[in-house]
Design a protein around this ligand. Sequence first.
Ligand code: ACO
Length: 435
Amino acid sequence: MAEAAKLELEGKVYEIPVIVGTEQEKGLDISRLKATTDYITVDPGYANTGSCLSAITYIDGEKGILRYRGYDIAELCEKSTFMEVCYLLIYGELPTPEQYTKFKDKVLRHSLIHEDMKSFFTSYPGHAHPMAILSAMVCSLSVYHPELLAPDPSPEEMDETITRLLSKVRVLAAFAYKRSVGEAFVYTRPKLDYLSNFLHMMFTTPMEQYETDEVIRKALDVLFILHADHEQNCSTSTVRMVGSSKANLFASISAGICALWGPLHGGANQAVIEMLEAIAADGGNYKKYIDKAKDKNDPFKLMGFGHRIYKNYDPRARIIKKYCDDVLGKLGIHDPILEIAKGLEEVALTDPYFIERKLYPNVDFYSGILYRAMNIPTNMFTVMFALGRLPGWIAHWKEMIEEPGMRIARPRQIYTGAPLRKFIPFNQRGTYAEP
Ligand code: ACO
């Protein structure tokens, strides 16, 4: 057991309790700091702030380790399935065969959305970004389930909401895609599994039934497992933040989808492909783009590189890179941007700028190349990420809601604005510069 830390402030010494995690990671418990010292801590971007204790996911960014509920990510990709990982993340254990069948059947049973919702999709312009549609639709789902919106849901109500979301969000995602390409919406088929059903809803048309390609289904399974959770990232923290006000799960997930959309987070997978396409269109001279990324006067960043937590190769990127070679090979696809991506990586990993800053490819660097190979359009990439991340968001929301003594998330600030000043009447305000 680590000793308490000592903090000296204005001549007084305070003891700060130390918290030690399962893997010996250490934190200072400052939850009583304001009450005992009248000081707060300041940490923009929360790089040093642990917002909660969590038993869901463990990351060691220095060693490149990622585990869900104690299971190594590489082993889960090899031996498990996304459906099983959903159960593991949300309920804490791998399901028994009986639990798995019950869970799977329940998810399948909820795979219809209210027919009225179809008209929501058609009200969007055809060019609408599917992340905007997905976020709005997930929040809209709540209005069809008023019985599930209680601020303190029972375990049964929670399970109902969870299975509905797991099932329906992929339907909403597929419908958003169908809307964007102007095709008819396609319903799930009871005989298909979770992912085959998603591919079927995406790619079946009235003219042609989509038959599941096992190589694609397996690659999607692995991608979704890799995306399923990543502890207190921006979108998961958003889900927790919104949920901490006791907003319902639909609203919390909808907010998480918006947070994921940004190019510094899940939106990077779209940005990576756009960057690789731009490099290809510019003659494939990727070294020029490495120089741009290093130039502090140039806003260009190497998208899909760098990570707040990983100061080593992101274990997810390692697995996806291997899958890229494998899947593209099996599908007989030669994608020139895969070569550009590999070239960028090779140059970056031997460049002092990237070495000193410990910048490695992250999960988004190669994932888009796989999605392209599956015929998923670029503006759907972040939606795919959201589908994968859904069980992680749910697991964190559930963990938080079930915690005894849960409090609303409400950070503080140090105010740096004007001191108290007198109100200036409207007709006397002539001396300000135009904003
Ligand atoms: N290209 C060039 N330089 C970079 C990059 C990059 N992709 N990433 C970080 N750096 C540099 C920064 O400029 C900074 O340099 P400095 O020390 O000279 O000022 C240094 O490396 C540290 O980077 P920070 O921005 O402080 O790192 P932070 O932890 O705040 O940001 C982030 C992490 C947002 C992921 C950043 O690396 C980035 O913007 N990467 C590109 C976007 C991306 O791929 N996002 C997806 C992340 S994975 C996910 O969310 C699913």
